[in-house]
Design a protein around this ligand. Sequence first.
Ligand code: GLC
Length: 562
Amino acid sequence: MIPNQMRAPLAASPHAQDGPAGPPLAGPERWRTGVVYQVYPRSFRDTNGDGVGDLPGLIERLDYLNDGTPHSLGIDAIWLSPIYPSAGFDSGYDVSDYTGIDPLFGSLADFERLVVEAHRRGIRLILDQVFNHTSSSHPWFIESRASRSAARADWYIWRDPAGFGPGGRPLRPNNWASFFGGPAWTWDETREQFYLHTFLPEQPDLNWRNPAVRAALLDVIRTWLGRGVDGFRFDVFNAFYKHIDLLSNPVRPGGRRAYSRQVHLYDKNQPELFELLAEIRAIVDEQPGRMTVGELFEGSVELAASYAAARHLVFDFSLIQQPWSARAFARAVAQREAAFGPDGWPTVVLSNHDQPRSASRYDGPDGDARAKVAATMLMTLRGTPFMYYGEEIGLRDVEIPRDEIQDPAARRSRGWWNRDQARAPMPWGPGPNAGFSTGRPWLRMSADGASRNVAAQLDDPDSILAHYRRLIWLRRSNPALTTGAYEQAAVGGRTVFAYLRRGATQAALVLLGFGRREVSIALPDSPSGRPWRAILSTHEPQPAGSPPSRLRPLEAIILVDD
Ligand code: GLC
């Protein structure tokens, strides 16, 4: 990363004359080495006072994300959760126009400005694509449900009833369950057929076996690539294909919900998917520097690895599932290293818009200290780190009273899955609504926004934000931390998770202290034979100097051998 070039005016960039074709610094390895920052647009920054974040708000905060200097966070790419027109049943994950911008967030002109302004700062833009289903208010579905002979009749997964029960009640075609509760089939009176929805009834599943559907969605990809985006996150991509005969899933005893009482043999992970992924990836690869990341809709780390390819990442959420324990993380990382192998490339994820925030999962009397240890892990494990807005200030989940719940899926699940808690607006500084909005925020803000906010942490060299900034900028100048091979290290102490990252010219040793007691440690010899040199510790703003023999409570240290 060359800061001066990053800040060069757009006119000086090689792409300037070609329109928004790509970022000025499209290094071929950035899908591996860059840090991705997820923006949940509703909650990032509101500029028009309607209480909902918008694209102009995101543009306003790009310098905070990366102005080319270590004063900014220093991220390389933004993954933007859906910004398309939507009926709002799943906070934008129910799209009613794949190529438009929801007026809530701004206009296409705002989007075009976002592309230019992000690229001018060397920030890439990754859009969320929700291709398993549309909104039930998408014109395609409206047409499809109008009649069995409509032009788009076969764009969704319609089936006749399996028969009729008492009183003429139509019987569902198979036993599939909706992830959000209830059956995955809804009866439609007009067509006198059922349609399939893996999620809400307002999110009907598209029929990927129909070539016209496939062509339309590939065109959506081309449209956004033409508008200058650098990649996509594909929502629940492994559910696109269902078994051609829609066979009932085998039953699995014991699950808490209907969905988890089935083995999902036939409603996802079908072999036809590989060929589709290859076609999508070839389109994305037409321009160098572009990438994708697929959201694995449940499944093992081995399954995630089986779908991953160069420049095309796949999320696995095994790290999110670990408790606060050095051994648990060491074991989970060993498993994913084995699954991906040295040539595969995982992602590193501790938080997103569907999960309780990491700072809440690890919370306790030392919550902020733990958040710094977690940050060190996120930025130094092998794989592309994805951080979630607010993670950099240790934002916690916000308790949302029942009558303020926005997420329909949360209401439907009767509280077992309350995603609103992790979606609270970003506290930027002092003042009303912590600088997020001059209006009433769409969702309740965190109660500690007056003290836990971006401005306060920018001024505090000991803050979680200051630690993130140091970490992210250090990654750039220490290649072992990005591309180095992973090897678990033994330094002593059951509460310490330690690992080496071996690069071609440098190795790094990362020590993560999970415990509340100081422990003695013995460092392994460095691969180069030179002494280890500490370049970062959570416990002091400056590198600690000579190699440590003790790790203080909840201390994380990074050492290098060059
Ligand atoms: C993904 C999204 C989630 C959404 C679901 C259905 O899991 O991350 O927010 O509700 O897909 O689109």
